[in-house]
Design a protein around this ligand. Structure first.
Ligand code: NAI
Length: 446
């Protein structure tokens, strides 16, 4: 559904009124288009004494053809500010953060990027170092709220030994692919991650299953995974057959009509994948989901059961069978689609929020277990995304959902899809057990 206010605010008259009246100012976000460079201006990289990431980051930016600077002449704007904060070992050392951001806070382009690289507090050498590293979360979340103009800000915790595995995450965060991801703490674990032969097609040779792919976010995920090189199996209920066939044709993939809540659905799916040319599947995206909203006092048991059944029990059953039958090989990726309702809770959505918090629980429970098999399990947690689901919301709630975030606008299905594609990439081999919100830094649950 069109965001009429955002269109108006970006018109000539709208710009004047927004400024004069102090109204919400939704900027046009920079989104990725095929062939776009990662960034269109230099990136300023700062470091802290003893930091262990400025070197590897400088190297990967050079490989990506990104111009870097460690100081900025007057009048020049940068596309991103990256600070290697891994050298900070106590609270006095946090001054280095101020010294880096204070002079450059106004030097970012529209849709700029702020990335702070830190050490996971639990892997630090002392309580004071852990404390200082934890402090960085407050910094990045505040910058996300303060800088405006479509700027995103993230803290990336890179475990010692994970320095060589940050490329896919940094590329995602710098590019227009992460337009609606802000205020996140992303964890990159120790280990190596293979660089794809072609960063524009990192999923070449991979087979991906996307559930609920006939429309909305699922259709966008199918398109983006196909754009990135994957062969896509688009799954949805038989009633959505025509729309599903359109998505499958558009992505040159295959359509699979299946109601995931059917008693034998996981078995049929496993049989289909086992009989396919690859005898399995590399990427599984559990996107199918429904809402049946009512306060719990008014909710029928049917509404409770159907939401838990589609959103949580179906992914659980599918995972169990595909993993038991070893149909997801090493290098495999499982991505759940949660929701910020599963983090913040929502009035009238006890069933939905329970199911989506369950998706987060599933990811966190499986991630350490499957790491040994070379499979990662992560979730995206969308906020307000412009789809048929949110178009049905009452006007007041819809406007609140759109504006109560750092971007003053709803996200697009493609924003969720790009995030899924980053998690699915071979380069994200050590990004495991993360729940990444795609919510424009929504105030809900923040
Ligand atoms: P949608 O309603 O447009 O699409 C969901 C798809 O799932 C439909 O094509 C539907 O037929 C399919 N589906 C439902 N039950 C199924 C079943 N039993 N078996 C197979 N397929 C089934 O929803 P939308 O907005 O695209 O959402 C996609 C996912 O993102 C859902 O999991 C939703 O909960 C989640 N999400 C969406 C948000 C939004 O703002 N739109 C916010 C947060 C999360």
């Amino acid at each position: 559904m069109a965001d009429r206010y955002a269109n108006f605010a970006n018109s000539g008259l709208g710009r004047t009124m927004v400024k004069r009246l102090g109204l919400p100012d939704p900027p046009r976000l920079r989104r990725h288009h095929a062939g776009d460079p990662l960034v269109s201006a230099p990136v300023l990289v700062g470091t802290t004494p003893g930091g262990r990431l400025a070197g590897p980051v400088g190297k990967l930016l050079a490989e990506a053809g990104v111009e870097t600077a460690d100081q900025l002449p007057d009048g020049v704007r940068v596309s991103a500010l990256i600070l290697d904060a891994t050298g900070i070992t106590d609270s006095a050392g946090l001054r280095a953060v101020y010294d880096f951001f204070h002079p450059y806070a106004r030097k970012l382009q529209t849709s700029g990027r702020v990335i702070v690289l830190g050490t996971p507090p639990e892997t630090t050498a002392s309580p004071r170092e852990a404390t200082a590293q934890r402090s960085l979360e407050g910094l990045t979340r505040s910058i996300g709220k303060e800088f405006g103009h479509g700027t995103t800000a993230q803290l990336v915790h890179v475990a010692p030994g994970g320095e060589a595995a940050v490329a896919s995450t940094l590329r995602f965060l710098l590019s227009g692919r992460s337009a609606y991801v802000s205020g996140q703490v992303i964890r990159v674990a120790a280990g190596d991650a293979p660089a794809p032969a072609d960063w524009d097609r990192p999923l070449d040779g991979k087979l991906a299953l996307v559930t609920g792919a006939a429309r909305g976010i699922g259709a966008a995920i199918a398109r983006v995974l196909a754009r990135d090189g994957a062969e896509v199996i688009a799954l949805d209920v038989p009633a959505a057959g025509d729309a599903l066939a359109d998505v499958a044709n558009e992505t040159r993939g295959r359509a699979l009509q299946l109601d995931l809540t059917g008693a034998d659905a996981p078995k049929r799916l496993a049989g289909y994948l086992a009989a396919g040319p690859r005898g399995g599947v590399d990427i599984v995206v559990h996107n199918a989901g429904i809402t049946r909203d009512k306060t719990i006092a008014r909710m029928s048991a049917d509404r409770w059961d159907s939401v838990i059944g589609v959103n949580l029990t179906a992914p659980e059953r599918v995972n169990e069978l595909l993993l038991d039958r070893e149909l997801i090989p090493s290098g495999g990726r499982i991505v759940g689609v949660a929701s910020i309702a599963g983090i913040a809770g929502n009035r009238g959505q006890t069933n939905y929020a329970t199911s989506k918090a369950g998706v987060i629980g599933m990811v966190q429970a499986y991630a350490p277990v499957l790491a040994g098999r070379g499979i990662t399990v992560n979730a995206v947690a969308p906020g307000f995304i412009e789809t048929a689901m949110t178009a049905r919301m009452p006007l007041g709630l819809r406007e609140a959902g759109r504006r109560l975030n750092s971007m003053s606008q709803g996200g697009l299905p493609v924003d969720v899809a790009e995030t899924v594609a980053w998690l699915a990439s071979p380069g994200s081999a050590t990004v495991n057990g993360n729940v990444v919100r795609v919510c424009g830094q929504s105030l809900l649950g923040a």
